[in-house]
Unconditional design. Structure first.
Length: 260
């Protein structure tokens, strides 16, 4: 691996400006992240938003092949909404297809979020998103399909993905402080294009609950699949032993061969 302990491949929506710098800055020494981008159109109207997100799906195999040619240790589709909007079964199919094409284990951010919550043994979740209603509804539906109960939710109702990436981290932290966590066992902050790392540890202290963001879960799961058990901010998830990966990710890890 030319001196690297591990190589993580990220498939990133073209309008996402947060996931690469946030994850790269938190990786442990000797671990490198490489990204390729898939085009996504900025929706002009709310009714166009879901279709614009799902249109990325057809570009994913080519992106996985690009990362596979580098010989990455794991591929992650770093888009929460792009992986949850078609539901859990479609997300599992995506992981399997990406693993086959890339020749390495593969996961999506939604799969990583589920694995993170299961690792911490929680079932009741408060969810915070920057999404408009139809997209946020998809997040809640995916969690229910995966065996969780969404006990509270707050959405920022932002249409533009570019606008999300320009938000300061205080915005995501502020929404966590507003959501009702009284019935929750953890807080989930959804969207890879939303800065969160700066305040996760403080939010855990304030709420008394584990707080898991999309980028945190993606980085954590990718590192664990690559055999690395360190890296990232000092938060509950990263202190947990093991990784409760879903069956479809364990199968992709076991069945993927190297492409070179």
């Amino acid at each position: 691996m030319h001196g690297s302990r591990a190589r993580i491949g990220l498939i990133v929506p073209s309008t996402n400006s947060v996931v690469e710098p946030e994850i790269s800055a938190a990786l442990p020494p000797g671990v490198a992240a490489y990204a390729t981008r898939v085009p996504v159109a900025e929706a002009a109207r709310p009714e166009e938003k879901v279709a614009s997100i799902l249109a990325m799906r057809e570009r994913l195999p080519a992106a996985a092949a690009e990362l596979g040619s580098l010989g990455v240790d794991v591929v992650a589709y770093a888009c929460t909404s792009g992986s949850f909007l078609h539901g859990r079964d479609s997300d599992a199919d995506t992981c399997a297809e990406l693993a086959t094409v890339a020749g390495s284990p593969a996961l999506t951010t939604s799969t990583a979020m589920v694995a993170a919550l299961r690792t911490m043994g929680v079932r009741r979740v408060a969810v915070v998103t920057p999404y408009i209603g139809p997209v946020a509804d998809g997040a809640a539906a995916y969690l229910v399909q995966s065996g969780f109960e969404v006990v509270a939710r707050r959405d920022l109702d932002l249409l533009s993905n570019l606008a999300k990436g320009r938000l300061e981290p205080e915005v995501s932290a502020g929404l966590v402080r507003e959501v009702d966590v009284s019935g929750a066992e953890a807080v989930m902050i959804s969207c890879t294009n939303w800065r969160t790392f700066e305040h996760l540890a403080d939010l855990e202290c304030e709420t008394g609950l584990p707080v898991v963001s999309s980028n945190l879960a993606t980085m954590w799961a990718a590192l664990r699949l690559a055999g690395i058990d360190e890296g990232g901010p000092d938060v509950a998830l990263l202190r947990e032993a093991g990784t409760a990966l879903p069956d479809h990710v364990r199968r992709s890890a076991a069945g993927a061969g190297r492409t070179g």
